[in-house]
Design a protein around this ligand. Structure first.
Ligand SMILES: Nc1ncnc2c1ncn2[C@@H]1O[C@H](COP(=O)(O)OP(=O)(O)OP(=O)(O)O)[C@@H](O)[C@H]1O
Length: 241
């Protein structure tokens, strides 16, 4: 697990003097499920926006697959092997599931039909290829988004709040999906649901006030008093909500 697929060194972002991210050193290991957590406003979205090339850092560097990608834009990073899904579903509501995934698969070239079929199958939507995306339940639309990410055969899949708005039964299915996907890709989860984080993550990074407050296994994070007082606001004994 020591093969580093992505790293940041001293990554910082300020907005008019406000330090949204400050001096973040971060490493993501190949094939790990890594959760990024922190209270509202801690800087998670800012950090991920820099990782995917939507925001330029004020200072610091980023490498991906051993290459300095600090100056690359979002499209170039997708080509380099990063895929991400957004907090809000971004499927094309009027297109079928097949067409949505095909749009993503075409970015990569190759056998689009085979990629689409495989991606839909992996998220459990194999039988719904011709259904119109907008007619799917919210939970299924989120799965469709993950299929769109997978169709790009990413080395790194970044999922922003993937369980937000899902029913409990759907969350159970999502956990199983992530466990299966971890065998073939690296996953960075930005997630508020602590049971999902604690169950799925190999390692967790906690941001607070734009800085890394703690990093470690779920067990270490669970027992960290700094995390409990800063993130959970309790200083108490239960990190699971
Ligand atoms: N474009 C921007 N312009 C100015 N300030 C911003 C901008 N984006 C984020 N911020 C500020 O940076 C800080 C970090 O915000 P960010 O959205 O990264 O946190 P977050 O951890 O993702 O929060 P949440 O969990 O609520 O999504 C906040 O104080 C926010 O107001």
């Amino acid at each position: 697990m020591s093969d580093v697929i992505l790293s940041t060194k001293g990554l910082s972002k300020s907005f008019d003097g406000l330090r949204a991210n400050h001096d973040i050193d971060f490493e993501l290991y190949r094939h790990e499920v890594h959760a990024l957590i922190g209270p509202n406003g801690a800087g998670k979205t800012t950090f991920v926006s820099m990782l995917i090339g939507r925001l330029r850092p004020t200072s610091g560097v980023m490498t991906f697959e051993g290459r300095d990608v600090t100056g690359l834009g979002a499209a170039a990073r997708v080509k380099a092997g990063m895929a991400y899904t957004f907090q809000i579903t971004s499927v094309f509501a009027k297109l079928s599931c097949h067409e949505n995934v095909a749009l993503a698969a075409r970015r990569l070239g190759g056998d689009v039909e085979a990629e689409v079929a495989s991606a839909l199958e992996r998220v459990g939507l194999g039988g719904r290829a011709e259904e119109i995306a907008g007619d799917l339940s919210y939970g299924h639309q989120r799965l469709l988004e993950i299929a769109m990410g997978l169709a790009q055969r990413p080395a790194l899949l970044i999922l922003d709040e993937p369980t937000q708005g899902l029913a409990e039964s759907e969350i159970a299915g999502f956990k199983a999906l992530i466990r299966a996907l971890a065998a073939e890709t690296t996953i960075l989860l930005i997630e508020h649901n602590m049971s999902v984080v604690m169950e799925l993550a190999d390692r967790i990074t906690v941001l607070n006030f734009g800085e890394v407050l703690a990093q470690g296994s779920p067990e270490e994070i669970h027992h960290s008093s700094a995390v409990q007082s800063a993130y959970l606001g309790t200083g108490g004994d239960d990190a699971e909500d």
